[in-house]
Design a protein around this ligand. Sequence first.
Ligand code: NAD
Ligand code: UDP
Length: 308
Amino acid sequence: MRILVTGGAGFLGSHLCERLLKDGHEVVCLDNFFTGRKQNLAGLIGHPNFELVRHDVIDPFKYEVDQIYNLACPASPPHYQYNPIKTIKTSVMGAINCLGLAKRVDARVFQASTSEVYGDPQVHPQPESYWGHVNPIGVRSCYDEGKRCAETLFFDYHRENKVDIRVVRIFNTYGPRMHEADGRVVSNFIVQALRGEDITVYGEGLQTRSFCYVDDLIEGFIRLMGQTETVGPVNLGNPGEFTMMQLAELTLKLVGGKSRIVHKELPPDDPKQRRPDITIAKQVLGWEPKVPLEDGLQRTIAYFKGRL
Ligand code: NAD
Ligand code: UDP
């Protein structure tokens, strides 16, 4: 197949492009390089089945493709809050442009949605049937509501125009090729520990997250796109749940060194707990994560050691 990946130069996108090429497909990667970088694709540039296009998803694009994966959107809170209006435009206009193209060329189209659609959840763990608890006017809303609107567009194009959609709700995922200045917790803690700097835990560090290793997640993407039983939304994430203090202590143990754990102010609207209910992914996709947190952290630490 010929497959378009928007946001393909980013952390997840670069792993997806690599996997699709390995599976024998042609890949067109479209990215505006806001948070992505060509280095992430260093092993792919020059591959006869790979094309890289600099383009912004808020402007229309046309390619003859069989499938579209829409990943374009900054994902870390500092990056998506840098220009919140642009973040909403990217989610909403990007979804409209992907869906319009999918309708025109009859392609299956995938949306990288997020556990943020559940906001600061009052149901725990979160099943897909939960509608969420989202602040519509806070500093995180540009991302959360942009992604919620994108999901709405996907389901309306599906109902109205029979567009063949797949929607995945991704829970915190980590691994090699995260940006070292990205601001997300796993990359922050590893980089701080490797540099011997203070490990910055926001608030008391009792808030929880569930961390999925990138290879597990990409396998879930491929399975969701390769089946016809469900269009989603399907949660993909690792149900292991950790407090940020536990993550800080584990990172310190694995990296070694002399860093101290310090506490900083908790950002507004920071969700207190998050863990995916992956019953649907297990039943329909036969998917569950295989890489335990400690193993995944070791691989990610090795990557950052190389970069720093
Ligand atoms: P990332 O920031 O590394 O990648 C995003 C990519 O999109 C970058 O290459 C960036 O340059 C590109 N991009 C941003 N705005 C664009 C625009 N207007 N036009 C074209 N390209 C644009 O983040 P990631 O972690 O790889 O996330 C990829 C997708 O997965 C995002 O949509 C994100 O919301 C979603 N997601 C990720 C996670 C996670 O834990 N990594 C969790 C939930 C959802
Ligand atoms: N966090 C932290 N220290 C950091 C970066 C993040 O304690 O240096 C916390 C953050 O407040 C949140 C959790 O780690 O509770 C996950 O943050 P991240 O930005 O990785 O993802 P998200 O909040 O979008 O799940």
